[in-house]
Design a protein around this ligand. Structure first.
Ligand code: AHR
Length: 833
């Protein structure tokens, strides 16, 4: 057979390697033009990830190798290899130091030197070559004459359009496997597209269903007692303008145009601030700041008092009548005698809600505080700062917190939002990301040391989701929150590499921290353990004590890496961190990472590395359509129990349009029954992302939406909460008989029975994702639940429902316990044994 390999025809929207086959080189049949057998993972999310001009060949190792050009700018190409053209190994992106860019790379083999020669063009019509023996190390690229460059690509007319690529001669078996892989992919995709809109048709013959559930307590097994937790990432304004209770936006005057993706000149030190009135100027200075980490501050130069500096907060400042607010500012008199400043909370309809006056007398930075008590409330007040005498003032860290923060902590968290998270009863909190943890480019890696200590000395930075991180909510506050809600802290730190989707400061992850900086980076991670757990006499333990927490935080877990590209850049850095942490702190459980998907190269390679290093837990991520979750409830059933445990660190069911409705929530509930069943290998799981401020979301769906005054948990939130409230540490297997055993029916009913051995409660969770009710008979054997008081909680409604809430009742079951599961419902029964 002839096999034609070519790149996606429309390179702007897709990327990847495609195939067409022919018996006679005349009539070509493409194998699923919409399906890429290999995708390039270089560069920023979306359109930057491109495969241009792939060049495919069989090397002396018997493997297919593919190299390609990545874009028309960078002096970089890509390489990977595969045994069957279907499963591909790691991608590497060797940098070329010659030429303006790398176009149309081709490969030849010199048997004399046992060397592969990679020749390429650049945009100046010059030709270059580099050589390699192993596709890991390359000789420096050198210019060659045009005559030494042979591009044997040809162009063909396929049904889909004209494509340029190479023709290879292969056995039919190769083509057959490619076709099979495509068909399997297509078949699976059709299953995963299933959703409740098709239920009327799919279940037209299904009028009722009866199910017998027989508990098998003799087969009970221990499961993780920390299965359900939360994933906190500073995305969607989850921190500043979110969980962090600070009400002033840009309090530090450190917003920068570069905080925004694509730079926004209006997003600068004056953002969210305006000056109203005459005879005062408002400028930004950076001479003699409070701290070099916080270089910008406001200067108010007043000739005749009257003007006010106004902060709009995050979509306005919510103020509650009768509540007290803590105002603070760092101020200095730059010119003029000591003078007073009036600070007010003002609503444009109601006028002044609260007021206080401060005296600024020092020529050096001085922190001043005032308490503002609101005589009236407003959902969108502003903060006004008004000099009452002439002169020049420097102002920085202008801050306003409600006194009523979560647990009353200074520099605390928004009470209603923190409580909503606490109500999930999470056994752990992962923070600060997600992609925020490994950052957009090397300079954006989240460094915990920049986020602790006095607020004015912390180092704010650009948030990769396109805004600003004041880091007022830093590692101390995260640890404190975990302690407050009885959850294990799970910090996730970069593995010395930034996000593979980075666009800032070099495309993608290939820019890992230089090896000569890795020692210091590893030490930073070891220091984190000392900060969290060390004695107050230790360097970092002392800093924690100075922040008000002499007792240790009892840190037990550290995540290293976040769904990274498992590359030759990643592996040595991860290994270095893992080994050093293990040696210095064997008591810490390290969580590794296995890529962003439930399959594919990073998943495979990540698991291989975890096996090699015996990483105790690995972090899996997958956002999938509901159909995926329905059809993959056996995902962990066959996981090898002797290998790493799993932390399913990010997951959510995504329907087209990404609504947060009952359908996705029930699908998640269904899948969670399978996670409990596999709770001996799945150690932890967290839905992602957790929080989103309305009008400031970069990702949807999220578990909890909010604005300045309201909290809006989604239906998925209640599923998480029901699992959190009803966790167990022992799993009781069940044998289930269905009156209708068709696969689509059986797959839409899930049952999980757990026992909490501390309370001796038996908990039965039952999910019905069918359009008909299910009569469920429970045979509990020796675990007698008949005639006992049970708490029954039911979440039900129409699949598209976004507002349905769980309803609780107390019931007593008869001798033959039968429970009716309504159509599209999640039922939890809880009973004391
Ligand atoms: O949860 C949102 C993002 O999804 C996370 O930052 C990242 O880890 C994943 O891709």
């Amino acid at each position: 057979m002839y096999l034609f390999s070519y790149a996606t025809l429309k390179n702007d929207s897709h990327n990847g390697l495609h195939f067409a086959w022919s018996r006679d080189r005349q009539r070509w049949v493409s194998i699923g033009n919409e399906y890429s057998y290999l995708k390039s993972d270089y560069g920023q999310w979306g359109a930057q990830k491109k495969m241009l001009t792939p060049y495919l060949f069989i090397a002396k190792d018997g493997l297919w190798h593919c190299i390609w050009s990545l874009n028309i700018n960078d002096r970089v190409f890509a390489h990977t290899a595969s045994a069957d053209l279907i499963d591909w190994g790691r991608q590497s992106y060797p940098e070329l130091k010659a030429g303006a860019n790398c176009i149309n790379p081709v490969v030849s083999y010199s048997s004399k030197d046992k060397t592969y020669v990679i020749a390429y063009q650049d945009k100046n019509q010059k030709y270059f070559q580099t050589t390699t023996q192993n596709f890991r190390t390359y000789t420096p690229a050198q210019e060659i004459s045009a005559g030494r460059y042979h591009n044997d690509r040809i162009s063909l007319d396929l049904v889909e359009g004209r494509a340029t690529g190479q023709v290879h001669k292969v056995a039919w078996d190769v083509v057959d496997k490619l076709i099979n892989a495509y068909e399997v992919k297509q078949y699976r995709a059709s299953l995963y597209r299933e959703n409740t809109k098709q239920d009327e048709e799919r279940f037209k013959d299904l009028k009722k269903l009866e199910v017998n559930v027989k508990l098998e307590p003799q087969k009970a097994k221990s499961i993780s007692d920390m299965l359900l937790g939360v994933f906190f990432e500073d995305i969607n304004y989850a921190a500043d303008g979110g969980l962090y209770a600070e009400l002033v936006q840009n309090r530090d005057f450190e917003y920068q145009p570069g905080d925004k993706l694509g730079r926004d000149p209006s997003w600068n030190s004056t953002y969210a601030w305006t000056l109203k009135g005459d005879h005062t100027t408002f400028t930004i200075d950076s001479t003699a700041p409070i701290h070099p980490n916080n270089p910008h501050y406001a200067v108010l130069n007043t000739t005749t008092p009257g003007a006010t500096l106004i902060n709009e907060g995050f979509d306005g400042i919510p103020v509650k009548k009768g509540e007290a607010y803590n105002f603070s500012v760092f101020a200095k008199r730059i010119k003029g005698a000591a003078g007073e400043v009036e600070v007010s909370l003002v609503d444009d309809q109601q006028g002044v809600l609260a007021q206080s006056v401060l005296n600024i007398s020092s020529a050096n930075w001085q922190k001043l505080n005032a308490k503002l008590t609101a005589t009236a409330g407003s959902d969108h007040a502003v903060l006004q700062v008004k000099p009452l005498s002439s002169g020049i003032l420097g102002l920085d860290m202008i801050s306003l917190f409600p006194q009523n923060t979560f647990k009353g902590h200074p520099n605390g968290l928004r009470a209603d939002l923190a409580q909503t998270i606490a109500d999930i009863h999470p056994r752990f909190v992962r923070f600060p990301g997600g992609c925020v943890a490994h950052g957009d480019g090397l300079a954006n890696i989240y460094r915990w040391k920049n986020t602790v200590g006095p607020l004015e000395a912390r180092k704010p930075q650009r948030n990769l989701w396109g805004y600003h991180q004041s880091v007022g909510l830093g590692y101390f506050e995260y640890f404190q929150f975990c302690e407050d809600i009885g959850a294990e802290p799970v910090p996730v730190l970069a593995a010395g590499v930034p996000c593979q989707n980075s666009g800032n400061g070099g495309a993608g992850q290939q820019g890992g921290l230089p090896m000569d900086q890795m020692g210091a980076y590893v030490q930073d991670i070891i220091d984190l353990v000392e900060y969290a757990n060390g004695p107050v006499t230790s360097k970092w333990g002392k800093l924690r004590a100075e922040a008000g927490h002499p007792e240790p935080f009892h840190l037990k877990y550290i995540g290293v890496g976040n769904e990274d590209l498992i590359s030759d850049v990643f592996e040595p850095r991860f290994t270095m961190i893992f080994n050093a942490l293990k040696k210095a702190h064997p008591e810490i459980t390290v969580i590794g990472t296995v890529g962003p998907f439930s399959e594919g190269t990073d998943y495979e390679q990540g698991w291989k590395l975890a096996d090699k290093l015996h990483v105790p837990v690995v972090d899996e991520h997958y956002y999938q359509p509901p159909g995926w979750f329905v059809h993959n409830q056996n995902f962990y059933d066959s996981y090898d129990r002797s290998k790493s445990k799993v932390y399913l660190g990010e997951y959510a069911a995504h329907l087209p349009g990404r609504p947060s409705n009952l359908e996705v929530a029930l699908t998640e509930a269904l899948y969670l029954t399978s996670l409990e069943r596999n709770g001996d290998v799945v150690h932890m799981a967290s839905y992602a992302p957790l929080l989103a401020r309305e009008k400031h979301t970069q990702w949807t769906p999220d578990l909890i939406y909010f604005n300045g005054t309201e909290i809006k948990p989604t239906v998925s939130y209640y599923v998480q909460q029901l699992y959190g409230e009803n966790a167990g540490n022992e799993y009781i297997p069940t044998a289930i008989d269905f009156s209708d055993t068709r696969d689509p029916v059986v797959k839409r009913v899930g049952v999980s029975v757990v026992k909490d051995t501390k309370t001796n409660d038996l908990i039965v969770k039952m999910v019905n994702l069918l359009p008909v009710s299910v009569k469920t008979s429970l045979d509990c054997g020796d675990l007698k639940i008949a005639h006992q008081k049970l708490v029954k909680t039911v979440l039900q409604g129409n699949p598209a429902d976004k507002t349905t809430r769980p309803e609780q009742s107390e019931i007593t079951l008869g001798d033959q316990p039968v429970v009716e599961l309504p159509a599209y419902s999640f039922t939890v029964l809880r009973v004391k044994m």
